[in-house]
Write a protein that binds this ligand. Sequence first.
Ligand code: GLP
Length: 244
Amino acid sequence: MIPLELRLVEDYESMSREAADLVADRLRREPEPVLLLPTGGTPLGMYRRLVELHEGGLSFSRATLFNLDEYIGLPPQHPSSYRAYMHRELYRHVDADPRRVHLPDGSAVDTEAEAARYEAEIEAAGGVDLCVLGIGRNGHIGFNEPGTPFDARTRPVRLDGSTRRANARDFGGEDAPEKAITVGPGTIFDAREVLLLASGEPKAAAVAAALEGRVTQDVPASALRGHPRFTLLADRAAGGGLSG
Ligand code: GLP
């Protein structure tokens, strides 16, 4: 097994700053970087820090920016769509080129075709240089729920009840939509570098299962263990129990 890089930091703020620095490093180094980005509560601090770095001169203009997932059935301008989230948290504050910003279209009529189009778009961009991920309490990455084959690509999926409830905070307390389009574990694994972020005690069990339990499709994040360039960046509450 290839050893993963484990970066344990004190708290959420340090995790966010370090994550933003790793992203910023890619943006500065790569002539045309391709990023695959997450949503959720975990990366909010990273996006805030990236906006600050942009105010200090960091440019997103040459980057091609993909998102991991989008709910099915929401119009793109819906405030709880991931398109709206990305616009609100990052894109409206930085100089990203709108022609290079990509999200699955959750309002597409043919969601299978939309997923295939999105996968092809990632391929046409030359694949992903850096994929940043959060982790669900059940070990999901993107919207790849337990049971997803490791080689699955971008496709429409049905969400677990627990995920829909965990994300109810974005829907005024109502369960999140039943379906989404997500980039698959196979697509994530093909990224040249993967950075998994985890913060807070509620993620500790998922992090331990993903990093120290069996490599199994019951824990989608465990797929990352064989990746040649995989870093877990966690605060003490989420990652402090790992043996390192
Ligand atoms: C959501 C997203 C994931 C995210 C996860 C954890 O369902 N689709 O990409 O990593 O849940 O979210 P949070 O960071 O809010 O705990």
